[in-house]
Write a protein that binds this ligand. Structure first.
Ligand code: HAM
Length: 417
């Protein structure tokens, strides 16, 4: 037997119901706030991701599924969606109509990470991006929508962690201060961090090794080095979050794993999944549109780890799933033929309807109707065909009535709502 690829997974129908519920809640929320759905390819030229996510990030260094196509062009299965949305925004000149544009998308991403609970090589993201809005209000709207969506889904114990990563005016000064600090503690840093120290020192703050975490415990924090404009922006974000009663915590160590971020960065953390604690993450990336060849455009976004969110919501009590409105228990080939025709017409007319295609005993068919949680069962066998009326049983009240075969579909459509 051929098994699926390590780190990939199937989402079976039972679980899909939960995914659809989450997706519906997300779409509903985003559309209320003016975000329109965008659909983009799952593959792009490798250099798009290398240039936007950053050459020195874990994602680009070791996690991308990259291959040469027949002509030798390097292509990559998207490890995230932001770079592609920016590409589409620039390529279709969406800024020309109105620079302020808001998008969301839902789809699979690919990263060759070490698989474990909550971490997959194909995983799904619910991604949101807003372009052309410099006001700190849009930063708040991102975190507010996350908080609101999680609340709607009954996930109460998530906490937004926020930080500011500064801008090209204040980051170089901070970088210098951080590198000077890291030079002093260099002997305690892991091999990866020694390399990161000079190329991408902020990443050292994000290292998971306990030894490195201890070494950087007293490292200077970027929020203490912000320029006046970044300071004011961040203060408005935190003040407005408080006004809207969105719980959050300042996390001075939060740096994110992608290089394009500026100013506000945030993550939604949870303890529900053990080690994989981030259910969502995002932030501002005011320089990326320009860096990829577009006009100077501020932007911000986030992505929710759909698999992780589904695992958390799945641990909560689920609302009962409703079964078919009607199950047709048909006995014998002639009744099966009639049942199939009724089922097709009722289904086309909008009713959720099911039957047993194997023509088993009435007992077996009633058992299946029960298991499916059907609201009504229509029983039809040779005797009913002869009599010219089938029996409709209400499974909740256990009452039965005869339904004439003549005009049966219409009659059922009026009786079963
Ligand atoms: P990210 O933090 O790399 O950000 O990913 C966002 C979320 O995707 C994570 O918080 C996590 O829940 C989920 N995730 C990431 N990797 C995996 C994995 N291997 N298995 C399961 N879930 C995973 C981004 O991707 C940015 N593009 C977000 C963004 C949008 N920033 C601005 N706009």
């Amino acid at each position: 037997m051929i098994h699926l690829i390590r780190g990939f997974k199937d989402i079976l129908p039972e679980e899909v119901a939960l995914w659809q519920r989450i997706e519906a809640a997300a779409r509903d929320l985003f559309e209320r706030f003016g975000y329109g759905e965008i659909r983009i390819p799952i593959m792009e030229k490798t250099k798009l991701f290398a240039r936007s996510i950053g050459e020195d990030t874990d994602i680009v260094e070791k996690e991308m599924y990259t291959f040469a196509d027949r002509k030798g062009d390097l292509l990559t299965l998207r490890p995230e969606a932001t770079a592609s949305v920016v590409r589409a925004y620039i390529q279709h000149k969406l800024h020309a109509v109105d620079p302020a544009q808001k998008f969301y998308l839902i789809g699979p991403m690919f990263r060759r990470e070490r698989p474990q609970k909550g971490r997959y090589r194909q995983f799904y993201q619910i991604d949101v991006e807003a372009f052309g809005i410099a006001a700190p209000h849009i930063d708040v709207q991102m975190i507010f929508m996350l908080h609101n969506l999680f609340n709607t889904l009954g996930v109460g114990d998530t906490q937004a962690q926020v930080n500011s990563l500064g801008c090209p005016a204040c980051r170089p000064g901070y970088r210098q201060a951080l590198t000077a600090f890291l030079d002093q503690v260099a002997s305690q840093l892991c091999e990866d961090c020694l390399r990161r120290k000079d190329r991408n020192p902020l990443r050292v703050l994000d290292c998971k090794s306990p030894q490195c975490q201890q070494a950087v415990a007293d490292a200077p924090a970027i929020v203490d080095h912000l320029c006046p404009a970044c300071r004011e922006h961040f203060d408005t974000v935190t003040r407005t979050l408080k006004t809207l009663k969105v719980p959050f915590e300042l996390n001075k160590r939060l740096v994110r794993g992608l290089d394009y971020y500026t100013r506000t960065a945030f993550e939604m953390q949870t303890t529900a999944l053990g080690a994989q604690s981030a259910v969502a993450g995002g932030g501002r990336y005011d320089g990326l549109v320009k860096a990829l060849g577009g006009p100077d455009t501020p932007a911000i976004g986030f992505a929710i780890g759909f698999d992780r969110l589904a695992e958390i919501v799945g641990q909560l009590q689920q609302p009962p799933t409703s079964g078919p409105s009607l199950f047709i228990a048909a006995l014998g080939p002639q009744a099966q033929q009639a049942a199939f025709e009724w089922l097709s017409r009722l289904g086309a007319g909008g009713m959720a309807v099911e039957m047993d295609y194997a023509d088993r005993s009435l007992k077996a068919q009633m058992k299946r109707a029960d298991r499916l949680n059907a609201c009504h069962v229509l029983i039809v066998g040779a005797a009913e065909l002869e009599k010219g009326a089938a029996v409709l049983r209400n499974m909740a009240t256990k009452t039965q009535q005869d339904i004439p075969l003549d005009g049966l579909v219409k009659e059922l459509e009026t009786l079963i709502k």
